[in-house]
Write a protein that binds this ligand. Sequence first.
Ligand SMILES: [Zn+2]
Length: 191
Amino acid sequence: MTQQQFEMLLPLAETWAAEQECIILRTGVPLTESQIADARQVGVTHPDRVRLLQVTEIPVPVHPALAAAAAQTRLISPGTIGLTLRYGIFIRADCWGQRRLVIHELVHTSQYERLDGISAFLRQYLLECITPPGYPNGPMEREAITTAARLCACYFHAATSCAAANVTTFAGLSGTILNQRVARAGLTRRK
Ligand SMILES: [Zn+2]
């Protein structure tokens, strides 16, 4: 993608993001008490403004150029399970209630706050997505991945995207359960 194409797409992305945020703020649910505590921990200044909206699929922009860019950068794909538009967070229904995913998205909310709005966030975040190493290896995406992993005290840090983070959560969980069983078995044997 050229700089010119990027500058052409950015205002379209901003408009789309603002529209989606409005929809989520109107129809989503506020954070629970424990989610508010998580939001504070990752640096969200206004957790009370956040709304989560359950969707069967993360919506894709209607504008053809924007939809193409979303697919090209792999930002929104059939594997996407969460998407944050400042205070509005889409969560795919089959991942609803996953703490690690919500924390990941809340880190993005804190980044929107830090950069003071949708426009500045999108400029930096999307630039990281189209500049090598690209999504999901840009600094902002990495911050969300590593913060969520740290807060969930997960030993599996290999997540490379929101979608992969989901898979890894389950892999990490079964790995942890397995390790506990092994530890317990070891303990029994020693007795
Ligand atoms: Zn992310």
